[in-house]
Design a binder for this molecule. Structure first.
Ligand code: TRP
Length: 444
């Protein structure tokens, strides 16, 4: 199925960083710590780790493999593994495309906030206090304008295609983000109050365990690895045949999980340091105050304690965060764009603008109905669409796709596959264990 005209990632490390770039984003730095803090800390961490390795990793391999086999957009790739039911296969692709567009529509709002916290301190430093306040406090106008700015940035990168746009950005900036995280974590752990947060994050208190927690952890794992909505399938389709998919997927999952873990090590202690310094973080009922935006008040509070240097570290941090969000958002927009360019034969430049425009309009609707829609869209997409579609992909790979073809596809980059432990476990695992686990979590 090789078509030489299709774009590819130019190097293995380029792909790992791009896929990791898709995976690492607001989900790790905003979603994971917020969820961990509101779900009892360490218990959530453990269930999350379990979900990543027992459920999300095998599915990541499945999605990448479908994409690389199809060497095309998700609609076509899914059809190629299920030629008997081309209609249903296409519907799955379309469902993924719609879900990922909805994810982008709330993601862009949150990413816009980051942008506000990036520009705010700069304006403040040069005396534009009113503008800085506007950027840093919640309002419909701010949410709208910053969301549009972020959407335009996403559109511009996707417009340039794989090697020039996506790969180049991811390769350069991901490593810097990791280093900065470690430095900041080192700093926050020296502050008063930090140990309380650390304890909450690492010492489990099983009274917090509930079935709702398991569902949240599963949703978070799917979100963090960009699963279930064809993002990874599209990236897989740009993957070279000589790449070892199980190994590469493991590296991506590991990198992503490490970033979430380090983000937890930073944010949970930072919350308690902020509390120690007088910022209120919990209400009387013990729930996190304003959990959506908490991370954004705790971090600036931390930078404030760092003196003049804090201003620069804060700016650098938010620059990198915007970039991390951008390497994720491009992997979302790439899904409908790849479908439109290949299925409707549209020019990439045209497809990017009208699809990006539609998503921006939907996102504006969320902004204007924030209280009603924001949480709803998040839970519809991450708690329902992603796991359900992910389960469909597992069933497809496990039951419908010919075992021989799966073997041949993975073997291209992994010649000794048949003798490996991976091949003894994985086919059977995605066939039975993954679907059963997902059903159990759902009905729990
Ligand atoms: N995984 C990214 C994060 O953690 C977000 C992301 C990128 C995503 N592509 C996706 C989430 C596709 C769901 C589906 O921030």
């Amino acid at each position: 199925m090789a078509s030489s005209s299709r774009a590819q990632f130019s190097s293995r490390i380029g792909f790992i960083l791009a896929a990791a770039g898709s995976a690492v984003g607001l989900g790790n730095i905003w979603g994971f710590p917020t969820q961990a803090a509101s779900n009892g800390g360490a218990v959530f961490l453990f269930v999350y780790l379990l979900m990543v390795f027992a459920l999300a990793y095998p599915l990541l391999v499945a999605e990448l493999t479908i994409g690389r086999y199809g060497n095309a957009n998700p609609i076509k790739s899914l059809r190629s593994i299920w030629p008997q039911q081309r209609g249903i296969a296409a519907l799955l692709g379309i469902a993924g495309m719609i879900a990922v567009s909805m994810i982008l529509s709330f993601y862009a709002i949150v990413a816009g906030w980051l942008f506000g916290f990036l520009v705010g301190p700069i304006l403040e430093a040069i005396g534009f206090t009113t503008a800085a306040n506007w950027l840093e406090s919640f309002s419909t106008s701010r949410n709208l304008i910053l969301m549009i700015v972020f959407m335009i940035m996403t559109i511009m990168v996707v417009r340039n295609g794989v090697a020039n746009g996506i790969e180049r950005w991811s390769t350069r900036l991901m490593p810097v983000l990791l280093v900065l995280f470690v430095v900041m974590t080192g700093y926050i752990l020296t502050q008063e109050g930090a140990m309380e947060g650390l304890k909450m994050f690492l010492v489990p208190d099983f009274s917090h365990f509930s079935s709702g927690l398991v569902v949240s952890a599963m949703g978070q794992a799917f979100f963090s690895l960009s699963l279930g909505v064809c993002s990874m399938m599209v990236y897989g389709s740009y993957l070279r045949k000589d790449t070892n998919i199980p190994k590469t997927a493991a590296q991506v999952a590991l990198l992503d999980t490490s970033v979430a873990f380090v983000a937890g090590l930073l944010i949970l202690p930072a919350m308690f340091v902020a509390q120690h310094n007088g910022v209120e973080i919990y209400n009387d009922a013990g729930a996190l105050l304003d959990s959506d935006t908490l991370v954004f008040s705790v971090l600036p509070a931390m930078f404030n304690t760092m003196g003049t240097g804090g201003v620069f570290i804060g700016i650098l941090f938010f620059v990198l965060m915007v970039i991390a969000a951008l390497t994720s958002s491009i992997s979302m927009l790439e899904v409908p764009v790849a479908c439109a360019t290949e299925e409707l034969q549209q020019d990439r430049k045209v497809a990017v603008w009208w699809i990006g425009g539609l998503i921006t309009i939907f996102s504006s609707i969320i902004v204007f109905n924030f209280g009603d829609m924001f949480g709803l869209v998040i839970s519809l997409t991450t708690e329902y669409a992603q796991p359900i579609l992910g389960m469909c992909f597992a069933l497809l790979v496990g039951w419908i796709w010919k075992r021989d073809q799966v073997l041949q596809e993975i073997k291209e980059g992994y010649p000794e596959l048949e003798q490996s432990l991976f091949w003894k476990i994985w086919p059977w695992y995605v066939r039975v264990v993954c679907p059963v686990m997902m059903l159990m979590v759902f009905f729990a």
